[in-house]
Design a protein around this ligand. Structure first.
Ligand code: PMP
Length: 360
């Protein structure tokens, strides 16, 4: 077996311990004679899996009792519609557009009401987080929306926007469980799990109970109603059982490492290895304003497209996969999620140093 260092933005690297455990349990999950893939979602065995996953997530994120945790499907992108469908009571929302995913959410929401773009960093290819201390928040806004960590551009909100009392909603797909998050500052957070938490196909919505509406317009599909999903324990229909099972294992893996404070420390140390090198290199350069840098996604360029391509190709040969940057930024991007070991980043930096020396 030979595993590469996988810097994919998602689906992404998962902890080897989790993969091995799943492998061991594949044919016969804990003596029941079948895999979790083959199990009825109505079985006691699966109910225990989903209940434990929820309990562990609640413990890790310190989620208060007045928040519901929903395990849903449809990718994070389905919540670009789910959020406005469920939360637009006045039919108004304010969006802060800091990247492609925030922009897609902003465009999707326009199908359901009046949507204001109250801040954007598109003028500089989303390479920074705009000042959100005094935004023109709409008096009627049902919520203010952010994408917390911008996967493509490698920026993160280190400080939350001043919503002037309005409910804050965040897409946390690419920073899920990477560090502690004060859930009480948000009405709703959600994310696809295929970066830090598990395999694609599961998304998690964490919503304050008072935002779960009974009086949704009748055109809202049943599956999209947070009320229906909450009332049915995320099992109105067949949930993504296997994915939830893997998420549960990742939650236990993080708990075993000491929880989110420990994860943060690990991630800070790991990211510093790469950022410190980028700041000292004559060839490679980070593309993001320093104070807005993400711990999870690190885009960088050489400034020469051919050299970028050469780097990506040679890195692949050397066992560093998925380093090609998004087409709108160019260059490279190293996604260094929770499960990427520090050693992977150290080896990458060693390789970058060698490449720099050889191509100077
Ligand atoms: N939000 C963010 C921040 C993302 O990075 C992505 C996917 N990379 C999405 C939303 C869309 O997720 P999905 O493909 O699960 O719909």
């Amino acid at each position: 077996m030979s595993r590469v260092y996988n810097f994919s933005a998602g689906p992404a690297v998962l902890p080897e311990e989790v993969l091995k455990e799943a492998q061991e349990e594949m044919m016969d999950y804990r003596g029941c004679g079948m895999s979790v893939m083959e199990m009825s979602h109505r079985s006691k065995m699966f109910q225990t899996i989903i209940d434990e996953a929820e309990a562990d997530l609640r413990e890790l994120m310190n989620i208060p009792d007045n928040y519901k945790v929903l395990f849903l499907q449809g990718g994070a992108a389905l919540q670009f519609a789910g959020v406005p469908m469920n939360l637009m009571k006045n039919g108004v929302a304010d969006y802060i557009v800091t990247g492609q995913w925030a922009k897609k959410a902003y465009v999707e929401a326009q199908k359901y009401g009046k949507v204001n773009k109250v801040a954007s960093s598109e003028d500089e290819t989303f390479s920074y987080i705009p000042d959100c201390s005094d935004l023109p928040i709409d008096e009627d806004a049902d919520y203010v929306y952010i994408c917390m960590n911008n996967t493509i551009y490698g920026t993160v909100f280190h400080e939350l926007p001043n919503t002037k009392g309005k409910t804050l909603v965040a897409d946390i797909s690419s920073c899920f469980l990477s560090e502690p998050l004060d859930v009480t500052k948000f009405g709703l957070v959600y994310g696809g799990v295929q970066k830090n938490v598990g395999p694609s196909g599961v998304q998690i919505v964490i919503i304050r109970e008072d935002l779960i509406r009974e009086d949704l317009p009748q055109w809202v599909p049943t599956m999209m109603s947070y009320k229906v999903q909450a009332d049915n324990g995320s099992m109105y229909n067949t949930p993504p059982c296997y994915g939830i099972y893997i998420c549960g294992k990742v939650f236990k893996w993080i708990k075993g490492l000491g929880g989110l404070e420990a994860m943060k420390k690990r991630n800070e140390e790991k990211a510093a290895v790469l950022y410190d090198f980028l700041d000292s290199s004559k060839m490679f350069k980070g593309t993001v304003r320093k104070e807005d840098r993400s711990l999870m996604n690190v885009p960088f360029v050489t400034g020469d497209k051919d050299l970028d391509a050469k780097f990506v190709a040679e890195a692949k040969e050397a066992g560093f996969e998925n380093l090609k940057g998004h087409r709108t930024v160019g260059g490279m991007r190293a996604s260094i999620y929770n499960a990427m070991p520090k050693e992977g980043v150290e080896k990458l930096v060693e390789f970058m140093k060698k490449f720099e020396a050889e191509n100077a």
